[in-house]
Design a protein around this ligand. Sequence first.
Ligand SMILES: [Zn+2]
Length: 299
Amino acid sequence: MLEPMLRNFTNRRRLVVLVAVLGVVALLLLGRWGNATKVGGQQPAEPFRIAGNFYYVGASDVAAFLITGPQGHVVLDAGYPTTARMIMASIAKLGFDIKDVKVLLNSETHADHAGGLAVLQQASGAELWSSEASADALTSGGDDPDALLPLRALVWLGVIGSYPPPRVDHRFKDGDTIHVGPIALTAHITGGHTRGCTSWSFPVRDGDRVLNVVSACDLGVLATSQYPEQSADRERSIRVLRGLPADIWVTCHARWWGRYRKFVASMTAKNPVDPFIDPEGYRAFLDAAEAELHQGRTH
Ligand SMILES: [Zn+2]
């Protein structure tokens, strides 16, 4: 009587273990598939000239920018792995050749902005420049050392947040300027969102005026990625960004700087560049970041 019951029990336990193992395998496979195919809710967006040689080539929200020059172009940020295709289509639609892109830059190493770098690098042969603090995360394909351990484990397993690792060709320091012919972009390491988060400033000639552009890195904090010096870094980053002259400003999520609203306004404006000149919007972005910091909010 006892023996068959015991046998039954072990069989049932075996079954439970088997189902659990199969469940985990299925979840992993599903996660990997989701990671490989997901577009993060991104839709293709119409590419357009912002001013002079400065263009938008990103998706509906995750941003990417093209800065063109006679000796080669620069692309800043690459979206998700699957956004890279949209970026390349946008570059072609504007009449430029991906093979003329000589330098790739990145604002921060999370999968929504660095995910497509390897694809863009493969298609262009461009050299990737990175801050010291971002380089390892980039070459590991998205392993953020400050992320919570369970999240890192999911990145290691390729379930979420990982991406094909690009090759980092050069590492820059705070204040370094990267040149491609007449293009000159200055790197400002504005840590906080990630340690190596990089903002960029550069002049753009549009007609007879020169406009100062700032691409500000994300200044918010994720609940899942924190480090001890983070608040001090954010404080400093906001101060650094306040000190940069900005006629035109952008950041890595297009909705934050009003891409669509400004693009629509530019179509009917007397000078299509004017709607992008927005120093007040830049100050409001920094004010909001400062309020978020002082209220201890994450995003
Ligand atoms: Zn991020």
